[in-house]
Design a protein around this ligand. Structure first.
Ligand code: PNS
Length: 164
């Protein structure tokens, strides 16, 4: 079985991520969307919330699973018997960092390939950070994230502005 890993922070998941996940699911037998357990204090959503929100928006894809990881990506990918790590590339600015990570991951484990899917033109400007910033200042994120994510982001921003 060809297993692909789509790793990331997904804080929050955007239409750009979903486009890559869908295309990865067309290439692989199974895709695992893998959410990094990073410093969730700085994140808008906790790890559990991010996993739940992603599950909600990828439920239409039969061969996509969602889970979290808290280790080197390559060790996790090996544990999951993945054949490939699949990343989206938006612009040249993404390239240097992604290239470095791909080469390092290959050094650590030559059997697992990293493949890059070029982003759909429609989403080349899209990032989770911009979504959060736009929402924070009251801008419209309707076309950037699915409704479930939009609602969760708006709710969280409202809660945090009440607290501060
Ligand atoms: O969505 P992001 O934040 O760009 O995703 C980055 C991610 C999670 C893919 C990357 O930070 C990662 O793989 N982290 C796991 C730790 C690791 O393996 N680091 C060494 C990479 S060579």
């Amino acid at each position: 079985m060809k297993i692909g890993i789509c790793p990331g922070s997904f804080d929050p998941i955007t239409y750009g991520h979903i486009d890559i996940i869908e295309r990865a699911a067309n290439i692989c037998d199974k895709v695992i969307v893998s959410v990094l357990d990073n410093d969730s204090k700085k994140a808008l959503f906790s790890l559990e919330e991010r996993v739940r929100l992603i599950k909600e928006v990828v439920k239409e894809f039969d061969n996509v699973e969602v889970e979290s990881f808290n280790s080197l990506l390559i060790d996790y990918a090996r544990e999951r018997e993945a054949l490939v790590i699949i990343k989206g590339l938006r612009a040249v600015s993404d390239f240097e960092y992604e290239f470095q990570m791909a080469l390092m991951n290959r050094k650590l484990c030559p059997e697992i390939e990293t493949i890059f899917l070029t982003t759909n033109n429609r989403y080349s400007y899209l990032s989770s950070s911009l979504v959060k910033e736009i929402a924070k200042f009251g801008g419209c994120i309707d076309k950037l994230v699915p409704m479930a994510i939009n609602e969760a982001v708006s709710k969280r921003i409202k809660e945090s502005s009440i607290k501060s």
